[in-house]
Design a protein around this ligand. Structure first.
Ligand code: APR
Length: 311
């Protein structure tokens, strides 16, 4: 059996770490594509990771390019191309520039890798995934935004940090848009099956939810020049692995809702079953009145941003 082919569109901070993580998990051969004028640095990044392989016995190949012909036939494409946030910027501030980039990327993926499962990280996430879906014409099952995996991961990390219990045992999900209106669902969060409110006070739980909503901004402020990249790369890797290994993982992802949670025609963070069919299913469950109000608010924020794309 030949190895799977994974194309990374954008070989910046997230793309570089993702290439490393994919190599360490031997998920497939990696092509790192960036702007044509960055073709040499991409070749350099690929060569650097190729040379690391003997240290871990990793048998996959990496190459760098600025030419879309090299992604031909990719099984998975992860799109991280786009400007990241700087301090003082919201994700929505990136819309105009990143929309132009996504348009170019979508047309090329449609031409060179129309059968791939495509995962996007470019911000403002929910609107950029919507734009990609509209422009590329790919089926909805094969287009997903990586945000919920990251936001849920942050939520789980903060619960682990606060309780001192293993992050492995924390199960928690964040729904909604990838922005300040996201919904860390405290009601269903558990540590080893024990409800969160049996372990932490309401004040502590509220503080964790608030910190989760602002976690990306907290990192942007501290870094001073760019946004988070290690945890986003790990989150993308989780989705790539779930798809390639047909794991049927339940991962919060921005998926096209057509009636689910009362949403029609927009991408939003919902619990998705990720397997060899891509986004195979959106899992639904009853929201409380308070949660439904939060969902309505996050959906409004998504719709407002999508409108700005003019698509
Ligand atoms: N085609 C291919 N690559 C492009 C294009 C394009 N048209 N335009 C920009 N890029 C590349 C840049 O050259 C850069 O190498 O995308 C890469 C983005 O990398 P970084 O600037 O390091 O950004 P990163 O931190 O990886 O974040 C990427 O994900 O989380 C979001 O807000 C973040 O939108 C940003 C994206």
């Amino acid at each position: 059996m030949s190895r799977k082919k994974i194309a990374l569109i954008g070989g910046g901070q997230i793309g570089s770490i993702l290439a490393l993580l994919i190599t360490q998990k031997e998920l497939g051969d990696v092509v790192i594509l960036d702007r044509p004028d960055f073709s040499d640095p991409m070749k350099g990044k690929a060569l650097d990771i190729m040379a690391l392989r003997p240290h871990g016995g990793y048998d996959v190949n990496l190459s760098g390019t600025g030419d879309y012909a090299d992604i031909e036939g990719a099984d998975v494409v992860v799109v991280t191309a786009g400007l990241p946030r700087k301090p003082g910027m919201t994700r929505d501030d990136l819309l105009e520039i990143n929309l132009g980039i996504i348009r170019d990327v979508a047309e090329n993926i449609q031409q060179y890798a129309p059968d791939a499962f495509v995962i996007l990280t470019t911000n403002p996430l929910d609107a950029m995934v919507y734009a990609f879906y509209k422009i590329s014409g790919l089926p909805k099952e094969r287009v997903a935004g990586m945000a919920g995996a990251l936001d849920s991961g942050r939520f789980r990390a903060f619960v682990s940090m606060e309780t001192g219990l293993s992050s492995e045992d924390v199960s928690a999900i964040v729904l909604g848009g990838h922005g300040p209106t996201m919904i860390p669902l405290v009601r269903t969060a558990t540590v080893g099956g024990v409800p969160l409110d049996a372990l932490l006070s309401k004040e502590k739980i509220d503080a964790i939810a608030d910190r989760t909503r602002e976690a990306g901004t907290e990192v942007v402020k501290l870094l001073g020049n760019g946004s988070a990249y290690n945890s986003p790369a790990a989150s993308c890797c989780e989705m790539v692995e779930a798809y390639l290994k047909d794991k049927k993982r339940v991962i919060s992802s921005a998926a096209l809702c057509e009636g689910e949670y009362g949403i029609d025609g927009y991408f939003m963070g919902v619990p998705c079953v990720i397997g060899s069919g891509g986004v195979e299913k959106i899992l639904e469950f009853e929201m409380t009145a308070e949660e439904q109000a939060m969902l309505d608010k996050t959906l409004k924020a998504i719709i407002d941003t999508v409108k700005e794309t003019g698509l």
